[in-house]
Design a protein around this ligand. Structure first.
Ligand SMILES: Nc1ncnc2c1ncn2[C@@H]1O[C@H](COP(=O)(O)OP(=O)(O)OP(=O)(O)O)[C@@H](O)[C@H]1O
Length: 225
């Protein structure tokens, strides 16, 4: 099933700088897509556009068939909270909250689950990421790899159809980076989500099922396998 469509997406800044040009992309559930390219090629800009954190100056982005161009900021925020999950290079966990409470924040903000259900869901996500015994710990008590796994659990809190990650392994060693990519592969394959990951690491990109390569803000290759 097609989850995400970008049609001729272009982003230009007022100063005449073009971040991405004429991006056409279709992503199905179950795909694990690495967005690769040299520094400054527009990878993060494209991820922000596809993640509805930024709007194109022309072209459009459809999520689950819905054209997002006409949505006002509150509707876009609600859509992101319900359907998308984000992971960044820095974990952005709240330092004074436990791993469990960090994962509970987006669940509570969405407000669909009762408190006991919310906690059970957060615990189950942490358990699936190998953190069952660490749920009550503060971020400072966890290793870098563990913190990033908490950030992934938080991104999954509301069961998103699309997970977007911007250099999520940039602060991790090789072993933890590979573990994060294995988690993404599993999330796409077993849960039918789409996972989009920006990386400049070619070895890690080969763990994805598809590689979209950008140069100067344009897709120059789109390779599966
Ligand atoms: N708000 C902005 N104003 C001016 N230039 C910008 C802005 N945002 C991005 N750029 C420039 O646009 C280009 C694309 O940036 P982007 O961060 O998307 O690339 P990237 O491929 O993710 O790079 P990196 O791998 O270094 O993170 C870069 O040359 C960047 O400096």
């Amino acid at each position: 099933m097609t989850l995400l469509v970008a049609e001729s997406v272009t982003k230009r800044l007022a100063e005449g700088v073009t971040l991405v040009s004429d991006i056409d992309l279709r992503v199905d559930g179950g795909e694990f897509v690495a967005i690769t390219g040299p520094s400054g090629s527009g990878k993060s800009s494209l991820l922000y556009l596809l993640g509805l954190l930024d709007r194109p100056t022309s072209g459009r982005v459809l999520l689950e068939g819905q054209d997002t161009a006409s949505l006002a900021p509150p509707a876009l925020a609600a859509l992101r909270l319900a359907r998308l999950g984000f992971v960044f290079q820095f974990h952005f966990l709240l330092p004074e909250f436990s791993a469990l409470d960090n994962v509970l924040i987006p669940i509570r903000r969405r407000g669909v689950l009762k408190p006991a259900e919310a906690e059970a869901r957060a615990m189950s996500l942490l358990g699936a990421l190998g953190l069952a015994d660490d749920a009550r710990k503060l971020p400072e008590q966890l290793s870098g790899g563990m913190r990033q796994r908490v950030a992934i659990a938080r991104a999954l809190a509301n069961d998103p159809v699309l997970l977007l990650a911007d250099e999520p392994t940039g602060n991790l060693d090789t072993k933890n980076a590979a573990a994060v990519f294995d988690i993404f592969a599993r999330l796409a394959q077993e849960d039918g989500r789409a996972v989009l990951v920006v990386t400049h690491d070619a070895d890690l990109a080969h763990r994805a099922t598809r590689r979209v390569h950008l140069v100067d803000g344009r897709i120059v290759s789109d390779e599966r396998g």
